[in-house]
Every structure is written in C-alpha cells, then in structure tokens.
Ligand binder design. Structure first.
Ligand code: SF4
Ligand code: FES
Length: 280
C-alpha cells in the first residue's frame, strides 16, 4: 500500500519500507511504528499513545518483536521509529503471554472499566488472578489505569498543571493537590477527551462546569448573549481572547460559535443583496 505525506515545509517526506508480520508497508522515515500499524489496520492494543503528546511507553501493551541483525527483542511500538528494512512481528507467543499478563493487571487495576474489559476479551483475557483494587471512594470510578495522559495533556498542552499523581505505590491515584478543588483547572475537558478508559468525568450544570473527578472543581461558563447557551469555560475563553484583536475578542466573548456563524452568514447575505441592489 502506498502512503504519501508532506512535511510542515510542504516537501514530500522521505519514505521507507517496513515489514510487519511478513508484509511490506510504506512509512515515513522515523514515523512511529504504532501509527503505521493503526493506519494499515494492523491490531496492536495500546492505551497511552496520544498523537498530540510525545510517546513515552507507559502502558506497555503495544509491545512488538523487532528483528535486528538477526536478533529478536521486544519493544514498545509507540516509541519505535520506522527505518528502512525494519521488521516487526506483533503476535509472537512471548508477546501474547506478556500482553495477557498486562491485561490481567489492568483488569485488577481498573475493574470497572468497560474499555479494558472489552480490549482484554478481544485478546481472550476475561479473568484476572490479581487482587481487584475496588475503592468505593475512587473519583475515577475504578476505571483509571494510571497511564498519565490526563496529567500530561493538562501540563504539557494546556499549561495548567491542575492535576497530578498523588500518593505512592499501590495507593497512587490521579487528582488535584491535597484532593482539593483547584483554581488551576480551566475546565477545558482535554483530560476527559484523552482518557483511554473514560474514567474522567465532568458535567455542565447551568453556568457551571463541574470537574467531578478532580475534587469537584468548578469552573464558570461563558454565556452567549444571543441564544443564552453556556458555551465555553470563561477562564479559558479569556486566556485565549487575550491574543485576539479587541473587536474579535468582544464578539467571541458575547456569542457562542453557532450564533457567531449565523451572524457572519447573515452579514454575507445582506452584503450580497446590497451589492445586487447597487447594480440593479
Ligand atoms: S484518568 Fe484516564 S487519562 Fe488519567 S491516568 Fe487514569 S486512565 Fe490515564
Ligand atoms: S501505547 Fe505504547 S506503551 Fe502504551
């Protein structure tokens, strides 16, 4: 299968041929092997790979066997880069055994996660020999596998640093410092979006966004002056708007995206009919 992509500068990316399970595929030089597999619809289970963040190989589910100069070794496919002649196998008996133990561990770590149950079952694992970690007070509903994506997106992309790992060892959880509501949270919901096990919960109640998983941190929402919809966390809108021109800032502060779109369309129509009248 051919695959063509261009670099940010618009130049075609250098391409290499990699072999996955005995079949050859075209990839970009240094492309993440897991990305190639996903594109080519080759099943490799993975939890902690998020394209907007640098891969860091936390969940270990995406292990593959690499054949290098006649030697075989296991490595995480989310940190493996494509290079000419790279050969990998995704399902050796060793990988299957390793992956199954991981699934058992995740079934114990996140016993209420339907995502984990479904993934594990797809690979034939439906039970765990490890003690299930059920905590009725867990704000992540016993669904968190501690992959760290929510912490990283909050810190590295949003620059908020509102949540982090709390406690140590088997007691480690993700939450706000001291399990208290935090002012550092924008209420952007990026943590909800990146969580692979749907563990993070938030809810909009009137003019307030409640980050249920993060010590019930609350964030005020901006309201559209036209339709009345609460459409974005106020603090986030203000921080983004600081970079806009005063008129655009004013408009975005007042209108939700839908009403803004309607206003622009209305102006276009008026401008069009005005123009026709002038010519008529
Ligand atoms: S809440 Fe979700 S994203 Fe955050 S560490 Fe747990 S599983 Fe990962
Ligand atoms: S996706 Fe590769 S280690 Fe998690």
């Amino acid at each position: 299968m051919t695959h063509k992509e261009v670099s940010d500068a618009g130049a075609p990316k250098k391409q290499v041929t990699v072999t996955i399970n005995g079949k050859k595929y075209i990839a970009n030089q240094s492309e993440i092997l897991l990305r190639v597999a996903v594109r080519e619809k080759i099943a490799i289970p993975h939890l902690c790979y998020e394209p907007s963040l640098d891969p860091y190989g936390a969940c270990r589910l995406c292990m593959v066997e690499v054949v290098k100069r006649g030697k075989k070794e296991m490595t995480a496919s989310c940190t493996l880069r494509a290079e000419e002649g790279l050969e990998v196998v995704t399902d050796t008996p060793g990988i299957v055994k390793y992956r199954n133990i991981l699934f058992e561990l995740y079934l114990a770590e996140a016993p209420k996660s339907e995502v984990i149950k479904t993934m594990a079952a797809r690979y034939g694992v439906t039970k765990t020999r490890f003690l299930k970690k059920i905590d009725t007070t867990d704000s992540l509903g016993n669904k968190c596998v501690l992959c760290g994506l929510c912490v990283r997106v909050c810190n590295e992309i949003m620059g908020a640093g509102a949540i982090g790992f709390v406690n140590r060892g088997p007691y480690t959880v993700v939450n706000t410092p001291y399990f208290e509501p935090t002012r550092d949270c924008y209420g952007c919901g990026a943590c909800v979006k990146v969580c692979p096990t749907s563990a993070v919960e938030m809810e909009d109640v009137g003019d307030t966004r409640v980050m249920k998983s993060w010590s019930t941190t609350t964030v005020l929402l901006a309201q559209c002056s036209c339709c009345g919809t609460y459409y974005a966390p106020k603090g986030l809108a203000i921080s983004i708007m600081a970079r806009l021109t005063p008129s655009l800032k004013e408009e975005i502060a007042a209108l939700c995206p839908a009403c803004r779109g309607k206003r622009i369309a209305r102006e276009e129509i008026l401008a069009g009919s005005g123009g026709a009248g002038n010519h008529g």
